[in-house]
Design a protein around this ligand. Structure first.
Ligand code: NAD
Ligand code: GLY
Length: 359
């Protein structure tokens, strides 16, 4: 078992990573301040892990709300189901919410916690690889809007993050690979040594080798915790965690939420960011090839799906939280492990990269 820390002064919290942690009260109880606990999960994860989680909460007054499963349900209307349950059960402002699921459940539960009675504590129990390496850490919470991904939300840090790596045993291969996209992201944006390690260990990761997987989760969480500690509210460097996201979110929204998985879209987006960086003269062809190769090694799609047009993508890329004064700022690469945020790229080159970005 490994414990990492997100260092945010009075809002600091631990990330517990290991096998067999779910069901052990010691990783939850100390982070719950009052009796009432609302567990939020979904129709896929609850039958697998809700009872085990409840068993660790025997000393508390628990209730649960089970959301429909899917990115297409990550919206304000479904969020209301959590508030309905909290109010029906008369939960007060000392209640704790617990997210048990992937990034969708985590983002929605965190946002419900940020809003309910102007803010209550919450805990993240991420059960997908993507959520264990990325979305459960850092306090970004929210829901999608039909016009833009994650456009409605709040920063709200959890009390603790509990990653039981055993839960990944039930994850489908496609979802597992989607999580690996966010792992690759950490190597690319600021950790070249980790990128090289990922290249060497791609086969072990895809085969879910427990040692390789534990190392990848720990290193990703540590990289993210370091960035979040320096720039919690994304004044500057946290934006680098959005490598591939302006492209990726446009692909997700353009295709309809839930068709292309978030991690898959981010993988394609990282390839497009690399290719634009090459066109601008910042990245070598060899580096782009290495990115393309690692996406393939992790069994991720690496080209734009045919269902979404270049014009649609360019239009959707305008709806991004990094847009400033109408300028779309992109995270691009100067080298493997060296990302930067810029609006200083050619619009013609961007269109060309998108046009050539299909299979
Ligand atoms: P997800 O939450 O939709 O989970 C993927 C699928 O796996 C779902 O069908 C889910 O029910 C299922 N599942 C979850 N755990 C399982 C398990 N242990 N066994 C079997 N099935 C399981 O998707 P995700 O990839 O976890 O998260 C994507 C979401 O995270 C997106 O909405 C994205 O915007 C968000 N995100 C947020 C942040 C952040 O910083 N807050 C960062 C990255 C991504
Ligand atoms: N996933 C981007 C962030 O947490 O900032």
């Amino acid at each position: 078992m490994k414990t990492l820390h997100v260092d945010l002064g009075s809002r600091s919290y631990p990330i517990f990573i290991g096998s067999g942690l779910l069901g052990k009260p010691e990783y939850l109880a100390p982070y719950i301040k009052a009796k009432q606990v609302m567990l939020v999960s979904n129709t896929t994860v609850a039958p697998l892990y809700l009872d085990k989680t409840l068993a660790a909460l025997a000393d508390f007054q628990t209730a649960s709300v089970i959301l429909p499963d899917g990115e297409e349900y990550k919206n304000l209307q479904v969020l209301n189901q959590i508030f309905d349950e909290l109010l029906t059960q008369r939960f007060d402002r000392r209640a704790t919410l617990i997210a048990l699921g992937g990034g969708v459940v985590g983002d929605m539960t965190g946002f419900a916690a940020a809003c309910y009675q102007r803010g209550v504590p919450f805990i993240q129990i991420p059960t997908t690889l993507l959520a264990q390496v990325d979305s459960s850490v850092g306090g970004k919470t929210g829901v999608n809007h039909p016009l833009g991904k994650n456009m409605i939300g709040a920063f709200h840090q959890p009390q603790c993050v509990l990653c039981d790596t055993d839960t990944l045993n039930t994850l489908e291969d496609r979802q597992f690979s989607a999580g690996l996209a966010e792992v690759i992201k950490y190597g690319l944006l600021g950790d070249a040594e980790f990128f090289a390690w990922l290249e060497q260990n791609a086969a072990q990761l895809v085969a879910r080798d427990p040692h390789a997987l534990a190392y990848a989760i720990e290193r990703s969480c540590q990289d993210k915790a370091d960035v979040v500690a320096k720039d919690e509210l994304e004044a500057d460097m946290r934006a680098l965690l959005n490598l591939g996201h302006t492209f990726g979110h446009a692909i997700e929204t353009g295709m309809g939420y839930g068709v292309c998985l978030h991690g898959e879209a981010i993988g394609i987006g990282m390839y497009l960011a690399a290719e634009l960086s090459r066109q601008q003269g910042w990245l070598t062809q060899e580096a782009v090839k290495r990115i393309d190769n690692i996406l393939q090694a992790m069994r991720l799609p690496n080209r734009i799906p045919p269902q979404v047009t270049v014009d649609k993508l360019l239009q959707l890329m305008q709806v991004d939280k990094k847009v400033r004064d109408g300028q779309v700022r992109l995270v691009l690469l100067k080298a493997l492990g060296n990302a930067f945020l810029t609006s200083d790229y050619s619009a013609t080159a961007l269109r060309e990269v998108l046009l050539n970005g299909y299979a």
